[in-house]
Design a binder for this molecule. Structure first.
Ligand code: A2P
Length: 308
């Protein structure tokens, strides 16, 4: 169902929940992420999407280790995705940054390591470095050099696969056309849901065997960090009407739509009932007509504007 990448995301028909609201360094209440990941694993989720800047990787790692100790899963059943933050693009920082993540997780490797954003911030302790006027301090980045450092992490066995996030076609081409490319990105994690379906990027990625992983597949929590000019996705009348036919919620229809078109989804939830609900999408299929109806909902407007 999914692109072949380097074989790593193949058949990855488990969803996941991402675990935080990174944008404003909002830390999740202690233990919430631990409990949610454990419930998710018990429910059947295997793909866990995290990041250093979610500040809860220690809880994700603990949840995975506890479930392994219980005998419920083996390490190789889990697919953990970690992310290289904007302040760590200089090639010499890439491996130490991943090693730091592994130390926090207390794991030997991540299954996927991705460049979180194509632009860089000034390296240093500040996650969001700002000048005296409150403006972000950017840093020049050579994405090809950063990519070579990512390749070295894969060669060293610290990451089984490597990919990117929030890359547009031009930025993907920069990597794909890099002289001496050793490993191409297996995935590109971008916003993707019925109001922002990404038809062109999806087609380009399909042609290059790059899996699209869709974040905010439920239309986000609509907090103050996002653009809410589009109405709430889950109130959509088409999604709700189709849901009624299958006895499913609008959320389940939105997720099913994406997986049925080969997009991996990573719905975030800290609510046990909704974590389970978001997994109940493998017992029905949408018709071609319904897929087209949902595709036609595309507004080409992002919720997550990344105004950095
Ligand atoms: P909660 O964590 O309380 O469940 P996205 O994945 O698009 O960023 O959406 C995340 C938001 O959607 C969170 O606010 C989450 O809240 C909420 N959410 C997750 N699953 C569902 C669901 N099945 N129905 C409604 N809201 C959901």
């Amino acid at each position: 169902m999914f692109g072949e990448g380097e074989g790593y995301l193949d058949g990855m028909n488990f969803l996941f929940l991402t675990d935080s609201i990174a944008w404003q360094q909002t830390q999740t209440p202690k233990g919430t992420c631990l409990e949610s990941v454990k419930i998710a694993i018990d429910t059947g989720y295997r793909h866990i999407d995290g990041a250093f800047v979610y500040f809860n990787e220690h809880e994700v790692g603990q949840a995975i280790r506890e479930k392994i100790a219980e005998g419920r899963i083996k390490r190789e059943d889990i697919f953990y995705c970690g992310k290289l933050w904007n302040t760590c693009h200089p090639p010499e920082l890439v491996r130490p940054t991943l090693e730091k993540t592994l130390k926090i997780l207390q794991l030997d490797y991540v299954d996927l390591y991705i460049i979180e954003l194509p632009m860089a911030f000034k390296p240093g302790d500040a996650i969001y470095p700002r000048d005296e006027n409150g403006k972000f301090i950017y840093h020049e980045t050579d994405l090809c050099a950063t990519w070579e450092a990512m390749e070295a992490c894969k060669d060293a066995g610290l990451a089984k696969s490597i990919g990117v996030s929030n890359f547009n076609r031009r930025q993907l081409e920069m990597i794909l056309n890099k002289p001496g490319l050793k490993h191409k990105p297996v995935s590109n994690q971008v916003e993707c849901h019925p109001y922002f379906t990404q038809p062109k990027l999806l087609e380009f990625c399909r042609q290059h065997d790059i899996v699209i992983v869709g974040y905010s597949p439920l239309g986000t929590s609509r907090d103050e960090t996002v653009n809410v000019s589009s109405p709430p996705l889950l109130k959509d009348t088409v999604l709700n009407a189709i849901g009624k036919k299958y006895n499913k919620t609008a959320a389940q229809i939105a997720l099913r739509f994406n997986i049925q078109r080969g997009v991996v989804v990573i719905p975030k939830s800290f609510n046990p009932q909704r974590i389970r609900e978001n997994f109940q999408i493998f017992d029905f299929s949408l018709t071609e007509k319904e897929m087209k109806e949902i595709e036609a909902l595309n507004k080409n407007v992002r919720y997550v504007e990344l105004l950095m």
